[in-house]
Write a protein that binds this ligand. Structure first.
Ligand code: NAP
Length: 541
């Protein structure tokens, strides 16, 4: 077994969060090791290589702001960047800032154990390497623990299988094959049109129809890029104070307070933007008032009916079981059009659920199907899955996964009572997945870095959230969420896509600007809700 290294900090993950966290800790002079399970940096953008994988935030907004030089030198080429373009960007960042020398690739962290006597963590990888560190920062990503359908028999299936979140680096072709895609979330909706171009026959297994807006993707206009590069500082500031990390005038009108014709025109304009929030940000009450929500939902359904020529199929593709916007909205390129092709079929799993996989395909309650390849676009154990997959034990050997069995409890989505010197970047109960992730990641990384500097300059061994502060935050997040329609959906935001997972609204919906203000006030108030202590000192005095 390799020898044990001692460092100031361990970062788990080398995606957008881990790379920037390493950069900031180096600036503070901390010795840092990064462990990354993938064989390359990039996190989500390393793993999700499926055809059509593309960001749903515009490229000029979905990028780091910490380096004006990086902003100026990098050239984005399309409105929405492809997975390959974002991954190229992250590799450039890793090289440009000389980050790779502190990153161990192909190294999955399996445990992180806190020793209260030494006030240090011991982090162990799947290769048995152990490192001890004063701080551990979980940059493990919010959508990284992928899931398969909870249906028996997959090990018996003899054809090819692919999961969108583990696509691999070899080119995958479906020419002439009979292909199944299971899942119609963002990943399924992006890959289905491209798989349909190759497959001889494609069957899409849909459990819940989703709302999707045409992305209107296009090459970036050089004049638009030049304008952004000339005004990036002001734009970044506007991002930081915005609601979801993309500057936009918040709507003030209520949907049903305007005449029907005017409302439709407004929805048309919102739809035409080709943005995930284009439609739902038309009015102030769409995510709050069921009737307002239904007016937007019906508009979106009318768009499906306008594209899909078979009315029965159009209806089957029309979401009816949750308010629009309460499951992550999708952006697509030719998704609904794909179903007009004769070799593309839809199976509604609500009518005929999946029963099992067979050696040649799968069986629903209605019939058997044979496939040469099955693509799983079945999503993730979101926000908590990657953290719970690591054996994290805090004071008194308490297990994080067990502590969170009834739902995650954090202070600000950054810190956890009973787990000193452990930080989570865009963790549960922070704005995270309800925002432009890069804006939220930068804010967390900068806040965590300032907090680490504070601990060290105070000569303290450890910082820890108090149970009272954590309880207050958990309650606040739930209260803000309960005002919205989000709890009505069986979404991954609610943990509802994973059998047995606690039903808790996982992100904070107060807005990134408001949230930043709260975090800054807490830091300015001498890290209100945290305790500092020397090694060996009891946790709460
Ligand atoms: P997802 O949104 O959770 O979708 C998974 C799909 O698989 C759903 O349709 C789900 O049905 C279905 N499914 C899950 N388990 C099943 C089972 N046992 N049997 C049948 N169907 C099953 O996952 P995703 O599409 O990978 O997207 C996850 C998130 O990643 C997105 O919401 C988005 O935030 C992010 N993402 C973003 C982009 C982008 O930037 N454009 C692209 C991909 C992903 P139910 O709905 O009934 O659970």
């Amino acid at each position: 077994m390799p020898g044990r290294q001692s460092v100031d900090a361990v970062i788990v993950g080398a995606g957008f969060s881990g790379l920037y966290q390493l950069y900031r800790l180096r600036e503070l002079g901390l010795s840092t090791r990064v462990f990354e399970a993938g064989d390359g940096v990039g996190g989500t953008w390393y793993w999700n290589r499926y055809p059509g994988a593309r960001c749903d935030i515009t490229s000029l907004a979905y990028s780091y702001s910490f380096s004006p030089e990086l902003e100026q030198e990098w050239e984005w080429t399309e409105k929405y960047p492809t997975q390959t373009e974002v991954l190229r960007y992250l590799n450039h960042v890793a090289q440009r800032f000389d980050l790779l020398r502190d990153i161990s690739l192909g190294a999955r962290v399996v445990s992180a154990l806190w020793d209260d006597t030494t006030a240090r963590w011991t982090v162990t990888t799947d290769a048995g390497e152990q490192v001890d560190a004063q701080f551990v920062i979980m940059a493990t990503g919010v959508l990284s623990a992928f899931k398969l359908p909870e249906v028996p028999g997959l090990d018996r299936y003899r054809g090819r299988t692919h999961h969108t979140a583990r696509w691999g680096t070899d080119e995958v072709r479906f020419d002439g094959l009979r292909v199944a895609v299971i899942g119609t979330g963002s990943s399924g909706i992006q890959c289905i049109p491209l798989i349909a171009e190759q497959a001889a026959d494609l069957t899409v297994f849909q459990r819940t129809a989703n709302f999707s807006t045409p992305a209107g993707n296009r090459p970036l206009d050089p004049a638009q890029v030049a304008e952004m590069k000339g005004s990036y500082r002001a734009y970044r500031e506007a991002q930081r104070t915005s609601w979801y990390g993309v500057p936009a005038e918040p709507p003030t009108e209520l949907a049903l307070s305007v005449p029907g014709r005017e409302r439709l025109a407004t929805y048309e304009a919102g739809w035409a933007k080709g943005e995930i929030v284009g439609l739902i940000s038309c009015y102030a009450d769409i995510l709050i008032d069921p009737a307002a929500n239904e007016s937007a939902a019906e508009f979106a359904r009318s768009k499906i009916r306008a594209v899909v020529t078979d009315p029965e199929l159009a209806e089957a593709l029309s979401p009816r079981t949750f308010p629009i916007g309460t499951k992550r909205l999708c952006l697509d390129t030719g998704y609904y059009e794909t179903f007009n092709q004769p070799h593309v079929h839809l199976v509604d799993l609500r009518e005929t659920p999946l029963v099992e996989f067979t050696p040649v395909g799968l069986r629903t309650t209605d019939r058997e199907f044979e496939f040469d390849a099955i693509v799983f676009a079945t999503g993730f154990d979101a926000m908590t899955g990657a953290l719970n997959a690591i054996n994290v034990r805090g004071r008194d050997g308490v297990s994080l996964a067990e502590e969170w069995a009834a739902g995650p409890r954090t202070y600000l989505g950054i810190a956890i009572a009973g787990f000193p010197n452990l930080f989570t970047v865009t963790g549960p109960l922070s704005p995270s997945v309800l925002s432009n992730m890069i804006v939220s990641i930068e804010q967390h990384v900068e806040w965590i870095s300032d907090c680490v500097a504070h601990v060290r300059s105070a000569g303290s061994a450890a910082i820890e959230a108090t149970p009272e502060a954590e309880a207050g935050w958990v309650q606040h997040v739930a209260e803000v969420g309960s005002v919205t329609l989000f709890p009505r959906a069986d979404s991954w935001y609610m943990g509802a896509n994973v059998p047995g997972k606690a039903r808790v609204f996982l992100p904070y919906i107060g807005g990134v600007g408001t949230y930043r203000q709260i975090c800054d006030e807490i830091a300015a108030d001498n890290y209100r809700g945290f305790t500092l202590r020397a090694a060996g000192e009891p946790a709460h005095t």
